[in-house]
Design a protein around this ligand. Structure first.
Ligand code: ATP
Ligand code: MG
Length: 419
């Protein structure tokens, strides 16, 4: 067969745009790395005929078909009916599926709810896929004599992912017909605009080259991807490594590291590795920076405190920013950011005091301090540094950009790079 895959996402909420189809995005990346790149994708509502139609089209296009959503016990979960229609196989109780469902409930000390036996109905010729996260088993069908596989999985993202990893990908690894595995690397770049990154590596990004170098912007960073399908696979890996190293050489300290990295995690790791303690004082971000640190397990060893000092009074009372300073320079000023950072450090005894103050809008801007003006400061034993930024967008965008820049500036300070 053709070494391609297809994804059918099922759910009225996906069609209506109430839920974004993150499952298909995640699975598409995973299937590509398994040598079954996605050739076709569809989204259909909770309707057996529509599901059956999509499954038939998917089987025309691909060797591997994954259907996501609609296999729970409720009335709107009709994927099993759609699959039965597509395969022309009637639904029948499956002993192993029934056993899997019952065991799930009994493991949690729950009685089996009425109506849940429907989850053990499978189209004839299908087998159940165990669900280690939720209760609904998945459904697997191997099309006789064609090397084709169909898997139907629950829509809940955690279950979808766990079952793809446990129950589908191992089967794909044993299937004949997969394509060559592409060699792949990615790099996260921060503190540079995508256009400037692109200029520095324009020759490597030329179309028609192998490896293919691509870029996509994310909040506060740019991710570069390098992929080769050269043969043999060792040659592809060599080309990818060479290009990734060349990119890293050209972009220098702007390269945060390999992979699609989140800056808060990078900073947390640096703090933990260097055993440097930190206190944060925030105004417009309202705790976003502290939250980004607390997201990372183990951070309590180095993150001492986060102050959300939104009012001028709080800046004075909590952090010791002089009232006269705020009166003369304003709460959004280099002087105030420095005083906040020094205050956070002094209050807690942390090695580093970091502060951010700015205007998130939509009101409160002025000619010399327009909406989006943000001051950052970082105090340590060697003194205090400050930086200004001007972010575009609405209140949410400005706050989100501010959070990312905060982590990029912390990263720079921890690596002794210029602010
Ligand atoms: P359950 O046993 O929970 O009913 P299910 O297979 O019936 O599982 P759905 O009812 O389709 O799954 O969806 C369950 C939840 O997962 C919903 O909150 C839905 O919004 C979410 N979900 C479904 N499909 C996707 C998807 N493709 N991407 C992201 N979230 C999804
Ligand atoms: Mg459901």
């Amino acid at each position: 067969m053709n070494g391609r895959s297809a994804i059918v996402s099922v759910g009225d909420e996906l069609l209506a745009g109430r839920v974004v189809d993150t499952n298909a995005a995640w699975l598409g990346a995973a299937l590509r790395l398994e040598g079954f790149p996605v050739a076709w994708r569809a989204t259909v509502g909770d309707e057996p005929e529509a599901i059956a139609r999509a499954v038939r089209l998917a089987l025309d296009a691909a060797q591997v078909v994954v259907v996501g959503g609609g296999i729970g016990p409720t009335k709107d979960d009709v994927t099993r009916d759609g699959l039965a229609l597509a395969l022309g196989a009637p639904l029948a109780p499956d002993a192993r599926a029934l056993e899997l469902v019952r065991r799930k409930y009994s493991e949690r000390g729950l009685s089996v709810p009425k109506g849940s036996d429907v989850q053990a109905l499978l189209p004839a010729g299908c087998e159940a896929i165990e669900n280690r996260v939720g209760t609904a088993p998945g459904i697997l069908h191997r099309v006789p004599g064609r090397g084709q596989v169909i898997a139907a999985l629950p829509g809940v993202p955690g279950e979808f992912r766990a079952m793809s990893e446990d129950g589908v990908i191992p089967i794909l690894r044993a299937l004949a017909g997969r394509g060559p595995l592409p060699a792949f690397a990615s790099l996260t770049v921060a503190g540079m605009r995508e256009i400037d990154v692109g200029r520095l590596i324009a020759d490597l990004m030329e179309r028609g080259r192998d490896p293919v170098v691509g870029s996509y912007p994310k909040l506060g960073r740019v991710v570069l991807t390098v992929e080769s399908r050269a043969l043999p696979e060792a040659e592809a890996a060599r080309r990818v490594r060479e290009a990734a190293d060349e990119i890293a050489r050209r972009l220098g300290a702007a390269v945060v590291g390999e992979g699609d990295l989140r800056l808060n995690e990078v900073v947390a790791r640096l703090l933990l590795e260097c055993r440097v303690t930190l206190a944060v004082a925030e105004s417009l971000t309202g705790g976003l920076v502290s939250d980004g640190l607390v997201e990372v397990p183990g951070i309590s060893e180095v993150f001492l405190a986060g102050f959300v000092t939104y009012s001028n009074r709080a800046k004075t009372e909590v952090l010791g920013v002089p009232e006269a300073l705020i009166a003369s320079k304003g709460a959004v000023s280099e002087e105030c950011a420095r005083a906040m950072a020094e205050g956070a450090r002094a209050k807690t005894g942390a090695d580093l005091g970091f502060a951010v103050t700015g205007i998130a809008g939509p009101t409160g801007g002025s000619a010399d301090k327009p909406v989006g003006t943000v001051w950052f400061a970082l105090a340590d034993a060697g003194g205090t540094v400050a930086a200004r930024a001007a972010f575009p967008g609405d209140r949410a965008a400005i706050r989100a950009f501010t959070r990312e820049r905060a982590f990029e500036l912390m990263r720079r300070r921890l690596l002794r790079l210029a602010w």
